[in-house]
Design a protein around this ligand. Structure first.
Ligand SMILES: *[C@@H]1O[C@H](CO)[C@@H](O)[C@H](O)[C@H]1NC(C)=O
Ligand SMILES: *[C@@H]1O[C@H](CO)[C@@H](O)[C@H](O)[C@H]1NC(C)=O
Ligand SMILES: *[C@@H]1O[C@H](CO)[C@@H](O)[C@H](O)[C@H]1NC(C)=O
Ligand SMILES: *[C@@H]1O[C@H](CO)[C@@H](O)[C@H](O)[C@H]1NC(C)=O
Ligand SMILES: *[C@@H]1O[C@H](CO)[C@@H](O)[C@H](O)[C@H]1NC(C)=O
Ligand SMILES: *[C@@H]1O[C@H](CO)[C@@H](O)[C@H](O)[C@H]1NC(C)=O
Ligand SMILES: *[C@@H]1O[C@H](CO)[C@@H](O)[C@H](O)[C@H]1NC(C)=O
Length: 360
């Protein structure tokens, strides 16, 4: 195995801002100022006007029979579905129609209720008019697909991939002395042409292309599962829906992830361009629990080894840890495993032979 001159990143996610995160305030008559800070609500967009509203603990707002806002539901249903109506001439002014048909209003400085039935002139005195303040843009493939909808997202991503990295880039890479490329994929790549919404099909054919160009130009391919179901970090490149990080919370979730590794290993095991499969990118501590992660590494490693004895299996250090060597020994116990430390291929053990180390 030669040394890797450089790792080139092919990014499959895109940078589009689609959802606002409101922090709203309202004023109303009688009091000089009545402002209610609704905090950082996370909007789950159903369509242009319809949303679920999530709080940071993970629950969804709903309305109880006396019109109070309650955040108890852990999955959103009809009774957690709100409509956001924006003022035409000033889109930051919104009214929020609750599932009971009434608008939310700032009733006192400390409470918001869903019991306002009147029309609005959008004045500052109207307690049902909120000012939405987008405090954090998110991006990534979940939001892109969710924002465009299946038909448009399929087209947008296809157009993007057709021009973003092409065969010419492989030609350029090899003529520049590079000999390996790291390709990032999302878990839904294993779901065929109709993955669970909002994701769309199409990424698999581009991974196939990367492998065929890799073979043609003698460039090895490292496939990294960059977005895990539930997201292993809160960043857009893990295709998080709303900045939450929920990967690894259940055994079923881990098993589903291992299935994706199994799919990739099976598909490319005998492809001469395959250099390594990276089980995940940048798990963030403490949300990414160390014992859960080690179980996944064991299972993911076994899945790769079912199909190929030769390709490297890359495991990633957690981000946000004090002890950078917390899994060094663990990773070293696997034949042909590599530890990815802050995106640098740092250490490899392959039968203990020095010449097999990947240098950077
Ligand atoms: C948005 O979704 C809601 C709830 O499913 C539906 O009632 C409404 O008709 C949809 N609106 C549009 C514009 O598609
Ligand atoms: C609705 O929720 C409010 C606020 O939590 C609570 O005070 C009230 O008792 C609840 N009403 C019912 C019918 O549960
Ligand atoms: C989807 O594409 C159609 C046709 O180009 C366009 O009219 C529509 O606005 C698009 N929808 C979104 C959400 O971008
Ligand atoms: C392919 O690249 C490797 C180094 O990455 C080199 O050892 C080998 O000779 C190359 N093969 C061809 C056919 O160019
Ligand atoms: C890879 O090739 C070997 C030898 O031809 C074969 O036994 C094995 O089934 C192949 N594996 C896959 C996953 O196609
Ligand atoms: C990690 O998960 C294990 C098993 O689910 C649990 O026992 C342990 O308390 C968790 N550790 C942390 C730091 O959350
Ligand atoms: C880091 O973690 C490893 C594995 O648990 C342990 O052996 C080592 O002593 C730790 N280092 C420090 C500085 O805590």
């Amino acid at each position: 195995m030669g040394s890797i001159a450089l790792l080139v990143v092919v990014c499959t996610s895109s940078s589009w801002l689609l959802l606002p995160h409101p922090a709203a305030a309202a004023t109303a008559p009688k009091l000089p100022v009545r402002a209610v800070n609704l905090g950082g609500w996370l909007l789950w967009r159903i369509n242009e006007t319809t949303f679920n509203l999530r709080v940071n603990g993970g629950q969804f707002w709903g309305v109880n029979s006396t019109g109070a806002l309650v955040a108890t539901a852990t999955t959103p249903g009809q009774s957690e579905t709100f409509q956001l109506m924006r003022r035409d001439s000033d889109k930051s002014r919104v009214r929020i129609r609750a599932p009971n048909g009434f608008f939310l209003q700032a009733k006192t400085m400390a409470s918001v209720t869903a019991d306002y039935g009147q029309n609005t002139k959008w004045s500052d005195n109207d307690p049902s008019v909120f000012v939405a303040n987008n405090v954090g843009g998110l991006r990534g493939e979940y939001q892109l697909c969710n924002g465009y909808g299946i038909a448009n997202a399929t087209q947008v991503l296809m157009n993007h991939r057709n021009i973003f990295i092409t065969e010419r880039d492989f030609n350029f890479m090899v003529s520049s002395g590079l000999n390996a490329v790291r390709v990032l994929v999302g878990w839904w790549i294993a779901s065929g042409d109709n993955p669970p919404p909002p994701f769309v099909g199409g990424s698999l054919q581009f991974l196939d292309k990367a492998f065929s160009w890799g073979q043609k130009y003698n460039i090895s391919v490292i496939v990294t599962l960059h977005a895990l179901p539930g997201s292993q970090n809160p960043y857009e490149h893990s295709a998080t829906r709303d900045g939450s990080q929920e990967w690894g919370n259940t055994d079923a979730n881990i098993a589903q992830t291992v299935q994706v590794i199994d799919f990739l290993a099976k598909r490319y095991a005998n492809n001469t361009a395959l250099l390594a499969i990276e089980l995940l990118n940048e798990p963030l501590a403490p949300g990414a629990n160390l014992s859960v992660l080690m179980k996944y590494y064991q299972d993911g490693y076994n899945a790769v080894r079912r199909y190929t004895p030769a390709s490297y299996v890359i495991m990633s250090n957690r981000l946000n840890i004090a002890n950078q060597t917390e899994i060094l020994q663990f990773v070293g116990s696997f034949d042909g495993a590599v530890l990815d430390v802050l995106d640098l291929v740092h250490s490899v053990k392959h039968g203990g032979r020095q010449e097999d180390e990947i240098s950077f």
